[in-house]
Every structure is written in structure tokens, then in C-alpha cells.
Design a protein around this ligand. Structure first.
Ligand SMILES: C[S@@+](CC[C@H](N)C(=O)[O-])C[C@H]1O[C@@H](n2cnc3c(N)ncnc32)[C@H](O)[C@@H]1O
Length: 254
């Protein structure tokens, strides 16, 4: 079963403050700097399609894959409102570890911690194998993930978030449990949802197991697939990685 079950229905509301425009500006900059005239992108874990849509507006052609049917349905709604961008996007239901398509891309991207959802060594190796198969030689792979030194330094804490629009009010409590031996954090989400205008409340719970990664292990995984990390930095700022960098970004030469 997909880990993004009930959670995905409220995804866009929960992340309405996420600045997808700036993120796509950042990714576009990296693509232009590290790849040769990149045009075609494979997006692993494309979610509700927001990055894909903005990248299509910058003239990229995107194939997105995601294992959550609900996330794909929401992406479908977005693309229905963006018919011009939609012409340059194809979305598939699939697993980043096993997906196959008879095409090769200039670059692969995987954004907002999709790699951290791959929690076993085997999972992450399979994801890199998907990249190796589908990215042209000397193409690039850009991804972000939770960065181990920051997770161990800052320690995950209980977080509360409340968001509201005309039809929904959602409260989310995230309760983390760290397993330092597995390099994972189990985030147990409690969601309280009110459908307006009725006073109907629903309560849901969902576990998201997240792995944090360290630079030497990523270097080793890359080397196993004859890939090389060309940039390791903080997500969005490009500052050097440190024990304060929770969200790390990597540009890998395939
Ligand atoms: C935090 S969301 C990020 C979505 C999107 N990239 C964004 O930035 O909004 C993580 C996404 O990864 C997808 N995902 C996680 N593991 C996956 C896997 N093994 N195969 C396909 N999709 C996966 C989830 O379904 C979810 O849509």
C-alpha cells in the first residue's frame, strides 16, 4: 500500500506555503549549469505535479512517476487547469525503484525528500538503478533528502500545523521517533479534518518512515553505479552542508 494514503488528500493544503516557484527557479539554474541544454526530465515521486507544471512552463518535457494514485489524481486536476503545460507532461503510476520506460532523459529529478522515503539499502540502490537506466550518459540526477548530521544534531521534534481554506480545516500533529541504528525517523501523523461548512470532524493517522543520509554513503551508492556527486549543498541556498542543514541537495553526474 502507498504510504501516501489519507495524507495525500490534504497534501496541497498542508504545503500551500511551499514556494514551488522559487524551487523550480533553483532546479532550473542547476539543470542549466550542470547539464547540456537539458530538455527532457524524468521526475521520480512527482506528487501533485506542481514542480512538473512549472518546469513545463520553462519549456521542459517531463515524465513524472508516483506510486500514490491520490497524488496522481490531484496532479490530473492541476494539469486540467494548465492545458498548455499539460502537453509537455506525462504522468505514470509506478514505483521509483522498479519503473521502466523505453526512453532516456537529459536529467532525473526527485524533489522534497522522495529519497528519504527509500529507507532500506536495497530501496535506495533500486532507485539509483532506475536513474542509471533512464538518464543519458553524462546526464545528471538532482535530488534532496534529510541530512544525517543535522537530524542527529537538531533531533526531530513534535510539530503542529493548522491550515484552512474555504472547504477544509486541517490540523496536523507530527510525532517523530528516531532509530539511530537504522538512520530512520518514523513520523506518526495525526490529522484532524473538518469539512466545512458542516461540523464533521474526521481523525486519521499515518506513519511516514524517513531515512536520513550521510555524504560518504551517498558517495558510495553513486560510485556503485559509476555516478559521481558534483554538488552537495543546502537545498535552495547552496550553502555548504553542516550540522544545521536538514534539507540537503545533491547534483550527481550519471
Ligand atoms: C513529500 S512527497 C513529494 C512530492 C513532490 N515531489 C513535491 O515536491 O511536492 C513524496 C512523494 O514521493 C512518492 N513516493 C515515495 N516513495 C515512492 C516510491 N517508492 N515510488 C514512487 N513514488 C514514491 C509519494 O507517493 C509522494 O507523492
Amino acid at each position: 500500500m502507498s504510504i501516501f494514503a489519507d495524507y495525500s488528500k490534504y497534501y496541497d493544503l498542508l504545503y500551500q506555503d511551499k514556494d514551488y516557484n522559487s524551487e523550480v527557479g533553483f532546479i532550473d539554474g542547476l539543470l542549466k549549469q550542470y547539464a547540456k541544454q537539458p530538455k527532457t526530465l524524468l521526475e521520480l515521486g512527482s506528487g501533485t505535479g506542481k514542480h512538473a507544471c512549472l518546469l513545463a512552463k520553462k519549456d521542459y518535457h517531463v515524465v513524472g512517476i508516483d506510486q500514490s494514485r491520490t497524488m496522481l489524481e490531484m496532479a490530473g486536476h492541476l494539469l486540467a487547469q494548465e492545458p498548455q503545460a499539460a502537453k509537455q507532461i506525462r504522468l505514470f503510476e509506478g514505483d521509483v525503484r522498479t519503473f521502466e520506460i523505453k526512453e532516456q532523459f537529459d536529467a532525473a529529478i526527485s524533489l522534497f525528500h522522495v529519497l528519504s522515503y527509500q529507507t532500506s539499502n536495497h530501496d535506495v540502490e533500486q532507485m539509483f538503478e532506475t536513474v542509471k537506466k533512464h538518464v543519458k550518459p553524462s546526464g545528471i540526477f538532482i535530488f534532496d533528502c534529510w541530512y544525517g548530521p543535522a537530524v542527529l544534531n537538531q533531533k526531530p521534534v513534535v510539530r503542529y500545523k493548522r491550515l484552512e481554506n474555504e472547504i477544509l480545516a486541517v490540523e496536523r500533529v507530527a510525532v517523530p521517533t528516531i532509530d539511530e541504528n537504522a538512520n530512520t525517523v518514523n513520523v506518526h501523523y495525526h490529522l484532524f479534518v473538518q469539512e466545512k461548512p458542516k461540523l464533521i470532524f474526521q481523525k486519521m493517522e499515518e506513519d511516514h518512515l524517513m531515512r536520513y543520509y550521510f555524504l560518504p554513503e551517498l558517495e558510495r551508492i553513486c560510485a556503485a553505479f559509476s555516478m559521481k556527486i558534483e554538488l552537495a549543498c543546502e537545498w535552495l541556498t547552496q550553502e555548504p552542508l553542516s550540522q544545521d542543514t536538514w534539507g540537503a541537495c545533491f547534483v550527481v553526474r550519471v
